[in-house]
Design a protein around this ligand. Structure first.
Ligand code: UDP
Ligand code: MG
Length: 335
């Protein structure tokens, strides 16, 4: 299914027609994690308010979760909240990461319908009317981009490889191009909040809680301003998180690999001993010996690393530290 196109006339965008009757009843909460998005905050707000009119409702709240920005993001948000009471904010005491920001935003959201949306408009607000019209007979409407245009080819290649491997290892099927952007009913959000683990991988949590989900597809959009906050190293760490959060299969994989090599080395020992008994030429084969040694030590380190990943998670979970620390907020009773 294709996303609604913005109506165009003579190359000029015209706003969506307001439906006769609102597409939903109740309050909608948009959770917007933002770090260093000073340019994007006013653009996001203007675009969101204009696109939301097409739902026929004005009943929304925008929860900006400011995640330790070093620029003027927070004063931009405060300017908006002074102008529009529907703009709420939570400001963290430092950068805790997008996962923590999404968790805080979902906790603060009071809406009957909730969606997580990036501040850079890569989760286009103009998809919301179509999402609302689809949610009538399901609990979630999720958005997936059909292409990765406007993204460096290396990153697209790595992302494709990552999703293939993740789907192989994980009990859940992750859709390539799926975003954190999905319209959810209140009961889905309540279930998500019951999973208060420290090591969060929200895309996995969505799959874990289940519920009937419909998908809509859209063409990837470039950021209008600012730049991506993810470095390659951060993406690697995020990928490891994805692998180990929802599957213990890598542990089994390490064990099976270890067993396989034990069997192989047993055969090799028999072969080498017989050769020595018959030909007495043990100096021969030094090169292969060194190769095997290197390979096996590498393999052992790999398996140790897999174990280490799980151990570090247990370590962090057992500390029971909060996911974030709030510096300021205009949401009553929020901690
Ligand atoms: N973000 C955040 N904390 C971070 C990094 C990013 O809240 O530590 C926000 C960011 O401001 C944006 C969203 O998460 O609203 C997605 O980030 P970005 O656009 O940099 O990621 P990309 O689209 O490149 O994957
Ligand atoms: Mg982005």
């Amino acid at each position: 299914m294709c996303a609604m196109e913005k109506p165009m006339a003579y190359g000029i965008e015209i706003p969506h027609a307001k439906p006769a009757k609102p597409l939903f009843d109740g309050l909608f909460s948009a959770v917007v994690p933002c770090k260093d998005e000073e340019e994007m905050i006013p653009i996001f707000y203007a675009e969101f308010v204009s696109a939301f009119k097409a739902t026929g409702s004005e009943n929304f709240e925008i929860i900006f979760v400011e995640d330790g920005s070093t620029d003027t993001t927070m004063s931009e948000i405060k300017k908006l909240s002074a102008k529009d009471g529907r703009v709420r904010y939570i400001s963290f005491s430092r950068n805790f990461g997008k996962e923590a920001a999404m968790y805080a935003g979902l906790k603060a959201a009071k809406g009957d319908f909730v969606a997580i949306m990036d501040a850079d408009l890569q989760d286009p607000p103009d998809l919301l009317p179509e999402m609302f019209s689809l949610i009538s007979d399901c609990d979630c409407v999720a958005a997936a981009r059909v292409n990765r245009a406007a993204e460096p080819p290396v990153r697209s290649f790595c992302a494709n490889a990552f999703y293939k491997a993740l789907n192989y290892f994980s009990p859940f099927k992750f859709r390539d191009g799926a975003r954190d952007f999905r319209l959810m009913r209140r009961r889905v959000v309540d279930e998500i909040l019951r999973l208060d683990e420290y090591n969060r991988f929200t895309k996995g949590i969505f799959e874990w809680v289940g519920f009937k989900t419909k998908w809509i597809e859209f063409e990837n959009r470039a950021r209008p301003a600012g730049r991506t906050k993810w470095t390659f190293a951060q993406l690697m760490v995020y990928s490891l998180e994805a692998f180990t959060s929802f599957s213990t299969l890598p542990l089994a994989f390490a064990a099976v690999l270890g067993l396989g090599f034990c069997a192989f080395s047993a055969l090799a020992i028999v072969f080498v001993s017989i050769r020595q008994l018959l030909f007495h030429n043990s100096a021969f084969g030094w090169t292969s010996m060194v190769c095997i040694l290197f390979f096996l030590s590498g393999l052992q380190l790999f398996c140790l690393g897999v174990l280490g990943q799980y151990m570090s998670k247990i370590y962090l979970e057992t500390k029971r530290r909060p996911h974030y620390v709030v510096e300021s907020t205009n949401i009553e009773d929020f901690r």
